[in-house]
Write a protein that binds this ligand. Structure first.
Ligand SMILES: Cc1cc2nc3c(=O)[nH]c(=O)nc-3n(C[C@H](O)[C@H](O)[C@H](O)COP(=O)(O)O)c2cc1C
Length: 209
């Protein structure tokens, strides 16, 4: 795996598109600028995600290292464990969900779901362009809310580091091992049910035989 650090292809139970199997979340990012034009393409992919009632409840705060103040503000919201590595990424973002519908202000139960769809669109587009993305729940939500004047009824969702893959050797030692560990997932039979909660679907049981 060491020689092949860039390749952490998922060993899937069934064949999937290589954009899915080849995507992974690295911590070592190269000191290489992501052109704004490429960043726009990645954000455009997010724009075209599906959403409940086409509400498009996502927003993104974006900063590149070309804007050190903005970048530093986003970086400052990260928890210490993420600060160890995320500052290598040339682009940081914060995804934000609008929790109520534009039209009548009632709760949009699918806001976070839809933000996740937009981010996955972004991630797959980035993967197709040779970029890597690492999402982070580890950030100070209230600090971000204050720092960026995020209005009420908008919820900071996740921080996002984006860039090109870097050298493993640039990471603190305790993170290197994690980078090399194989990627792992629960089997389909643990989360695909039919009829009753917890009852594995025959669709996936058949395949598991
Ligand atoms: C919403 C979300 C939050 C995450 N938060 C963190 C985080 O704070 N720090 C971190 O190092 N990784 C974080 N991750 C990365 C996950 O740990 C990673 O996606 C998971 O282990 C699967 O690995 P893979 O993306 O390489 O397949 C997060 C991922 C997602 C989607």
């Amino acid at each position: 795996m060491k020689e092949n650090f860039a390749e952490k292809v998922a060993s899937t139970q069934y064949p999937v598109h290589e954009l899915i199997s080849r995507r992974w979340s690295p911590r070592a990012f190269a000191d290489r600028v992501v052109p704004d034009a490429d960043l726009r393409r990645v954000l455009e992919a997010a724009r075209w995600a599906p959403s409940s009632a086409n509400e498009q409840p996502w927003s993104f705060l974006v900063a590149t290292k070309a804007d050190p103040d903005d970048y530093q503000e986003l970086f400052s919201c990260l928890v210490p464990g993420n600060k160890l590595w995320a500052g290598q990424a040339p682009v940081l973002m914060l995804s934000v969900a609008k929790l109520v519908f534009e039209e009548d202000g009632t709760p949009n139960r699918h806001a976070m779901h839809d933000v996740g769809l937009a981010v996955e669109n972004m991630v797959l587009q980035a993967t197709a362009m040779g970029l890597f993305v690492h999402q982070m729940a580890g950030f100070e939500v209230d600090k971000a809310r204050k720092l960026f004047a995020i209005p009420p009824r908008y919820e900071p969702a996740a921080m996002i580091a984006l860039g090109y893959l870097g050298d493993l050797g640039t990471l603190p030692e305790k993170l290197r091992e994690r980078e090399l560990s194989p990627r792992d997932r629960k089997p389909l039979t643990e989360f695909v049910y039919t009829g009753r909660w917890g009852s594995p679907s025959s669709v996936v049981l058949k395949g598991a035989l």
